[in-house]
Design a protein around this ligand. Sequence first.
Ligand code: NAD
Length: 341
Amino acid sequence: MSEPSVVERLKWLCAEIERHNHAYYVLDDPTVSDAQYDQLMRELQALEAKHPELLTTSSPTQRVGAAPLTSFTSVTHRVPMLSLGNAFEAQEVFAFDKRVTETLRAAGKLSPGAVVDYFCELKLDGLAISLRYERGLLVQAATRGDGQTGEDVTTNIRTIKAVPLRLTGDLQVIPEVLEVRGEVFMNLADFDRLNEAQRARDEKVFVNPRNAAAGSLRQLDSRITAQRPLRFFAYGWGEVGDLRFARHSEMLDWLASLGLPVNVSQHVVARGPEDLLAYYEQVGARRSRLPYDIDGVVYKVDDLAAQRVLGFVARAPRFAIAHKFPAQEATTTLLDIEVQV
Ligand code: NAD
């Protein structure tokens, strides 16, 4: 039996995290910094690991995001949109690689002594979107929502110039249905200009670019979205029919060839955990010069057959992890929130 104080703390953490999820995902108006949120989540994960009898499927550690707003039409994702597990320390990256390597060796997908190839990407701090193309035409765009059901934001997405309404390339080769997933975000300079204009009009000032992007995309009036400087980078896919490529890197190159924006100049294929940490260091060193906010980098097993072997846990793939950066953003977010209150 767990002590009553543990049960109480766990209940409190669940309620507190759900409250923050609602403010962040539904209202686009967070009341604590991401670092504070992450700390609560980590405490809850640690408690649940220590007391597995207290873990329930409704715990925030088992769920993605929050339920979509009812003011938008709902879209059911045919392939769920998941979150990512995260690592803050180098040792967690080594542990991730160990789990991946051992699983792939046990499944006969990696020969003894071989190392795993990882595709490394920036983790843009925006919001996840799924774009559905049918016969090369954009027919629907949806937010992640709770991972199973998102909001239909097609009209708003159509206002983003970086999102092709029609894919380029051979329609014989493009699958009938192609769902592209990626991040909608705002550049820092555009964010500053937007806030200046908001201030001048005595309108709401946004806490950070992520919040501004989310608030802009989830407008009921798409004329407002059209005035907001939103951008998009593709990093993955949902429903695609038969996968034609063996590697994540090949698939992204192909998406770029169809006219989709892909952040190719920032991508690297790394071999083994030391290379991952080198990428993390390199990106960390140029982070402040990037035109947009990132909150970390993402490592994905590059081999798609290996990804399928690794599969998923409740809310995240086992073949990928987000390696988060400390500080910087935590302080600004917190300060901005304090100023705003
Ligand atoms: P996450 O943001 O840590 O990671 C998953 C998301 O990363 C994906 O949904 C996608 O949108 C994004 N992403 C960016 N680049 C990507 C890439 N290259 N490949 C794949 N995905 C990429 O997880 P989450 O579940 O969306 O949110 C949890 C995080 O959100 C927390 O760690 C915290 O930082 C923040 N949060 C803050 C509050 C708050 O109140 N401040 C509340 C809830 C969540």
